[in-house]
Ligand binder design. Structure first.
Ligand SMILES: [Zn+2]
Length: 72
């Protein structure tokens, strides 16, 4: 049996029209100001309801480091 690595389908996180960078990290890092704002909203909400996992996840998304950010 031979295992082949398939490229990830790019349809999930790519709005047509040229994304600035593509994040392939385990944790998705926001690539646009819009996306960053969404993560901030998520962080604020997680804080409000005391969702510590959500807080850590959102912080990790905002803080990086992300290889895609270096190609701007
Ligand atoms: Zn990333």
């Amino acid at each position: 049996m031979q295992r082949k690595r398939k490229p990830r389908p790019s349809s999930e996180q790519s709005p047509s029209g040229g994304a600035p960078g593509q994040c392939h990290c385990l944790i998705y890092h926001p690539q646009t100001p819009d996306e960053r704002q969404q993560v901030r909203d998520k962080l604020a909400y997680a804080r409000r309801i005391g969702d510590y996992v959500g807080i850590q996840l959102a912080l990790a998304q905002l803080a990086g480091p992300c290889p895609a950010w270096e190609h701007k």
